[in-house]
Design a protein around this ligand. Sequence first.
Ligand SMILES: [Fe+2]
Length: 184
Amino acid sequence: MVRAWYMDDEVAFPRKEHHRIPPKFVTLEELYKTSGVEYFHVSPDCYETDSTLKELIEERGNNIQQIVDNPNEEELKQHFTEHFHTDDEFRLVLEGCGYFDIRDKYDEWIRVEVLPGDLLVIPGGCYHRFIVDNQNAYKGLRILKDEVYQAHKRPSEDLECRKLYIRKLYNGAFDEPREEINLI
Ligand SMILES: [Fe+2]
């Protein structure tokens, strides 16, 4: 079961869980409604032949680039800088544990704990960041539509993909989960 929760305001020790007091957990359905972020489960050991992943890649066209992500300290710094991408970003965890922080509709951080087999699809234009946990054993896969992996740092409000995302978010595009999405 994937866990997600609203974060506290502490900036120190970003690899800790950062729960609020009392903790405020978020379901994957709530996460989708407030951000458009989708969750899928994929077999981490044989993801190359996993039918869920295959179908998603075909449906969304994220097939240009697959990057095995075993981030060093410098890359981790970049991942933890708030940013968005032009197109949807697929992130699949292969080993270890990490946290995706996603901005919700009201600009609050939701922290999503991800473990092997967890795949998040983060919509283009949605601010997010990523960090590994204290075990530092994370290995993952990024599957991208863009040939260039470009991160737009906050603020980048004038970009067309951001405007489109905001329109979708506030026009109820994510209010109802799509039928084929296997939200838990
Ligand atoms: Fe990203």
